[in-house]
Design a binder for this molecule. Structure first.
Ligand code: ADP
Ligand code: ZN
Length: 206
């Protein structure tokens, strides 16, 4: 099973992706994570991506598509995967069809008014876990691995505003794109707790 996870920044794609990956044994491919690993490693891709990410814009399609295309040829992708953060515009969606067969697009729908607070209150760990300050009670370490929590550089109000605009103009049209293909499934109560949202996803995936 090959799945696309669609949703605005802060909709909870990453959180749900970890849960889905565990239960259904699917590879989690996050373009955002790949870019951040490249930035940390100081690669050419990382240097290029950083300026776009800091501005809340999309990294150029040629670069992004090439990364995903290559990643899906690895052995660990052959039993099925979940794309988190890709495609993010129509061009990427059309490119994807040339090298992948997608079974389902899961759209996590969340009231836009909640997103700013969700993202700006987010604290992440290098192991992939993420938390919201409102549930941390002042804790600064990851509950899963003990790692130090930190805030992503692009999780600031100014960049988030640009990311939401990028989402609304470029990514949201993909909802109708996959609906027209009969592949769309919508998680309607994305405002719920991670477990509530995951419960809905299990119902959809079976
Ligand atoms: P979020 O979904 O919370 O915005 P991500 O980690 O998915 O976070 O993405 C962070 C940033 O990485 C995006 O704002 C964008 O700059 C870049 N990025 C991620 N995926 C793509 C993509 N498919 N195409 C272009 N840029 C991307
Ligand atoms: Zn951790």
């Amino acid at each position: 099973m090959n799945i696309i996870l669609l949703g605005a920044p802060g909709a909870g794609k990453g959180t749900q992706a970890s849960k889905i990956a565990e239960k259904y044994n699917l590879l989690h491919v996050s373009t955002g994570d790949i870019f951040r690993a490249n930035i940390k490693g100081g690669t050419e891709i990382g240097k290029l991506a950083k300026s776009y990410i800091d501005a809340g814009k999309l990294v150029p399609d040629e670069v992004t598509c090439a990364i995903v295309k290559d990643r899906l040829t690895w052995a660990d992708a052959q039993n099925g995967y979940m794309l988190d953060g890709f495609p993010r515009n129509l061009f990427q969606a059309e490119e994807l069809e040339k090298f992948a067969k997608i079974d389902l697009c899961l759209n996590i729908d969340v009231d836009e008014a909640l997103l700013m607070d969700r993202i700006c209150g987010r604290r992440v760990c290098k192991c992939g876990e993420s938390y919201h300050v409102s549930t941390l009670n002042g804790a600064t370490k990851c509950r899963k691995c003990g790692g130090e929590l930190y805030q992503r550089e692009d999780d600031n109000p100014r960049t988030v505003k640009a990311r939401l605009e990028t989402y609304n103009t470029q990514t949201a049209p993909l909802i109708n794109y996959y609906k027209a293909q009969g592949k769309l499934a919508t998680v309607t109560s994305g405002e719920g707790s991670p477990d509530e949202v995951f419960g809905q996803i299990i119902k959809i995936l079976g």
